[in-house]
Design a protein around this ligand. Sequence first.
Ligand code: AMP
Length: 176
Amino acid sequence: MNDDLRALIRTIPDFPKPGIQFRDITTLLLDAAGLAACVERMVAATEGPVDLVAGIEARGFLFAAALAVPLRAGVLLIRKDGKLPGATIAEDYALEYGSDRIAIHADACAPGARVLLVDDLIATGGTARAAVRLLRKAGAAVRQAQFLVDLPELGGAERLRAEGLAVSALVAFESH
Ligand code: AMP
């Protein structure tokens, strides 16, 4: 399934460090037909109406905007802490070494807003789970998440499902 899209994703070994197989989606973005098919399939996989599509910085922004237009939804930016100009709420999450923090504008979503979470890739799910906590803290109803790529061995999609989300990805790479 989606072998056409899988073929457009380039694997760069040992980036950003030895042992990581980096799944590079820039090659898919460069392909007009592939990009259109990717967006159409993500839109088709969306369940029910959504008010906002929340994209995670930075590659998630591309898909959030592309999905929001046909879904007739707005775009909510989930940014690295310190980038948004207005009052924010933030959430910390653990990295392999240390931690990171993401933020949204405190007034970005009305309580009960139906939010679709989007990113290019889910690995351990640490980033996406922090995004879900943040959106829920803001009062959003986050029931689904979409990714172009899933790395199932790292368990992120399963962890998100355990938190009550419907999770879909167009392409899975078994070995990371
Ligand atoms: P995680 O929080 O572990 O699910 O990591 C997700 C984020 O890290 C996504 O925003 C991806 O862009 C990036 N990422 C993690 N692993 C890879 C990989 N093997 N190839 C490309 N991007 C990755």
